[in-house]
Write a protein that binds this ligand. Sequence first.
Ligand code: SF4
Length: 171
Amino acid sequence: MAIELLMSSCLIGQCCRWDAKMGKSCVTPTLHLMLNNGRVAVICPECAGGLDVPRPAAEIEPAKTAADVLSGSGRVVNTEGEDVTAQYVSGAKAALALVQKHGIRVAILKSRSPSCGRDQVYDGTFAGKLIEGRGVTAELLMQHGVKVFDETQIDEALACLEELRKTPAQA
Ligand code: SF4
């Protein structure tokens, strides 16, 4: 069976978070079946980009967006003041390569992450303030037409997948 869904690794309980806490699994019975049947690819973009577990927390710098990061006009910086933009962009490209390799059109990514968030991210001041915005990987995937959902939208993601199964992928 074809791989048709991408998920953030931490959402299936893998230990890849910056603070090395176990990710809280959000695997529903349907997702469990899909995982068992090899229909789900999983990736932690930050690990794929070369960052360790644990690692210092990082945020997109204030007043910049994930699109800015991808275009080279914004940075991702960690609490040590280190520029980790290259690792974030590299991880995003690894996720994109994965979806393009398998023709994946739907992703379920972890909310609020500077890589995986699709609606909100922290504002870059490390003060715990959320703002509207995307993580770098979510942005790159959405720029390439992937339908991105988060862990609160699993039913919507699966419904989207079901709908897309009726539509052949564009070459
Ligand atoms: S949110 Fe994304 S980058 Fe962060 S630990 Fe989960 S999979 Fe990795």
